[in-house]
Design a protein around this ligand. Structure first.
Ligand SMILES: Nc1ncnc2c1ncn2[C@@H]1O[C@H](COP(=O)(O)OP(=O)(O)OP(=O)(O)O)[C@@H](O)[C@H]1O
Ligand SMILES: Nc1nc2c(ncn2[C@H]2C[C@H](O)[C@@H](COP(=O)(O)OP(=O)(O)O)O2)c(=O)[nH]1
Length: 227
């Protein structure tokens, strides 16, 4: 069996983690795991962890480490046959240490995007709450304004994405991410990408991953056909 590939993508809110993760998943055939989606699934299914997580999310807080690890680590342990890319976890050093003791990561992508860009993107971010699908009125607008492409349900704009809330969220991200980034730097697996446009960052991520992911993990449809 081909060697499995395990990666994490980090970045402040609005840095493009979800957008880039989807591209990576499509291009390289990795499974895109999103901690936010896991949390939402557990809330919808009314699991013990979901009920607990909801009380924090409703107050705009991060879910405590022990709840997140209890939710996510068993799922990762089950993924013995899949290569994956995790988006949204770890968010604290304690989570990073817990992840460390579960698996060996091959690579960490860190996105470094200017504040003004984040502010502009998030003020224009619309979300389909049930699925977590994300739209941006300039970058990837929905087919019908204000409606999710798949379900047709209304899109919402999070209060969290308003500029007033963003400064505090960014500060929290910086404080929490710093020791995690240092940990991955010291392991030699950190790769940082800076810029204002996902489309300009993407080719660099694409070529880095092409050198790291064994070609057998990539899906057939993504190979360039022979002439
Ligand atoms: N690793 C984590 N640790 C703690 N709480 C988490 C974690 N991942 C998700 N959550 C909780 O779930 C919520 C939704 O997460 P999600 O990543 O979808 O959205 P977000 O916080 O708005 O992130 P972003 O703006 O970067 O996309 C978070 O606001 C937080 O309360
Ligand atoms: N204008 C513009 N918008 C972008 C670009 N890349 C992503 N976006 C949009 C999509 C979303 O509405 C928003 C945030 O992206 P996201 O992928 O949800 O980020 P993240 O919060 O998961 O890190 O910005 C980009 O390069 N330009």
């Amino acid at each position: 069996m081909a060697k499995l590939f395990r990666a994490v993508i980090m970045g402040p809110p609005g840095s493009g983690k979800g957008t880039i993760s989807e591209r990576i998943a499509q291009r390289f055939g990795l499974t895109h795991l999103s901690s936010g989606d896991f949390v939402r699934e557990n809330i919808a299914a009314n699991t013990d962890a979901g009920v607990l997580a909801k009380t924090y999310i409703e107050r705009g807080l991060l879910v405590p480490d022990h709840v997140m690890t209890r939710l996510l680590l068993p799922r990762l342990e089950e993924m013995t046959r899949h290569s994956w890319l995790m988006d949204g976890f770890p968010r604290t050093l304690a989570q990073a240490k817990a992840l460390n003791s579960t698996c060996d990561l091959d690579l960490v992508i860190s996105l470094n995007i200017p504040y003004e860009t984040l502010k502009d993107r998030l003020s224009d971010r619309w979300i389909h709450p049930a699925s977590g699908r994300v739209y941006n009125m300039g970058f990837n607008p929905p087919r019908v304004q204000g409606r999710d492409d798949i379900s047709g349900e209304p899109l919402i704009h999070h209060d969290d994405d308003k500029p007033e809330a963003l400064v505090a969220r960014l500060r929290q991200y910086k404080d929490l991410a710093k020791p995690i980034i240092n940990l991955y730097k010291s392991k030699g697996i950190l790769h940082t990408f800076s810029g204002t446009d996902t489309d300009r960052i993407w080719p660099y991520i694409n070529s880095l991953l092409s050198t790291k992911i064994p070609s057998t993990s990539q899906t057939d449809t993504q190979r360039i056909p022979m002439p």
